[in-house]
Design a protein around this ligand. Structure first.
Ligand code: GH3
Ligand code: MG
Ligand code: MG
Ligand code: MG
Length: 311
């Protein structure tokens, strides 16, 4: 049984995301072997309120992707030693940039060649000399759509929380940040107790409602800097940057207690739902090992009778 996705909710989510990011400048990576051309583009993009990163050597593309994390890429078609199409292929091989918008730039006005270039992984084709207005409009269009798509791709549609893949991505990022800043990072796994019984007794829609309620509850109680993901069906993950293990445990235990006190309803029936939680502090290991330790702690919490936090 799959609950129908409410289109209203979906659109609201897109709008919230795009609205929140309207002020966030687009990160645009420009690769052009002509430094003068690249500089010109940089000026245009900066004037339009965008963040531009220019490179003139195709060899630097991978490093630029990693360090700048562009949302849109502008590629010169013809460079010594390689073409924009070849670079596009390299970009598309990176998981994270699989669907990043790519705009080709060239003096090429042969439509057949333009179409061929587009068929090889490009989204737009602009001819030189570049009309700044046209360039900025194209980036805005592509950028807006890319952000909406990304907002949907990284979230779970039932709860609006980050999905499994994005949660792990955020964990990797926070691990880098924690080591740079020398801060303590904690990771927690939450699993609803006897959730199968909730579904069996009250029905799947009520189960879904409880998952949404717990998501909201976690969002309200945790810090803005914490990340909450739906790790699996009735399992949630919490990433807590700059947090000592004892603090993480205390916060989660408080949330556990308060959630257990909430009276849930199904028609005129009233009941309570609890969860168990396992916490682990990052010790410099791989993400998979950290997740495993949090999962082991969760397993212990289940064995200890559930409705408790162990870490
Ligand atoms: P435990 O205390 O050991 O965790 O018991 P449990 O019943 O919660 O554990 P189990 O893993 O056996 O069952 C999890 C249940 O969660 C089974 C599955 O049907 C339900 N579930 C998973 N995803 C969803 C969902 O999206 N909506 C609803 N309503 N139920 C879900
Ligand atoms: Mg060139
Ligand atoms: Mg489970
Ligand atoms: Mg469970």
């Amino acid at each position: 049984f799959h609950p129908a996705v409410d289109p209203g909710q979906l659109i609201e989510k897109i709008e919230t995301y795009t609205h929140n990011n309207a002020i966030e400048p687009y990160r645009v990576l420009v690769l052009d072997d002509s430094r003068a051309q690249a500089k010109f583009m940089e000026t245009v993009l900066n004037k339009a309120g965008m963040k531009a990163h220019i490179i003139t050597d195709p060899m630097n593309i991978i490093v630029a992707l990693e360090e700048f994390n562009p949302e849109i890429i502008i590629l010169d078609m013809y460079m010594p030693g390689c073409t924009g199409m070849e670079i596009a292929r390299v970009i598309r091989q990176q998981d994270r940039f699989h669907s990043v918008p790519i705009i080709y730039l060239s003096a090429e006005d042969d439509v057949q060649k333009q179409l061929h270039a587009m068929s090889l992984g490009g989204d737009d084709f602009l001819t030189k000399p570049i009309d700044p207005k046209h360039l900025v409009a194209t980036i805005h269009n592509r950028g807006r759509r890319a952000r909406s798509l990304l907002a949907l791709m990284i979230r779970d549609s039932l709860t609006g929380l980050f999905n499994h893949t994005h949660t792990l991505y955020l964990l990797e990022q926070e691990m880098v940040r924690a080591s740079q800043k020398g801060q303590s990072l904690c990771f927690a796994m939450i699993d609803v107790d006897y959730f199968k019984k909730v579904n069996d007794t009250f029905g799947h829609p009520i189960g879904d409602r409880i998952l949404r309620a717990l998501s909201m509850f976690l969002k309200q109680r945790l810090r803005k800097t914490d990340h909450i993901g739906r790790y699996g069906g009735e399992e949630f993950a919490v990433i807590m940057p700059d947090t000592r293990e004892s603090d993480a445990r205390a916060v989660l235990n408080d949330i556990r207690e308060r959630f257990a006190e909430l009276t849930q309803t199904a028609g005129d029936r009233e009941f309570h739902v609890t969860f168990s939680c396992g916490v682990a502090r990052w010790e410099g290991e791989a993400a998979s090992s950290l997740c495993e330790r949090a999962d082991q702690a969760l397993y212990q919490a289940k064995n200890a009778g559930r409705n408790c936090v162990i870490g």
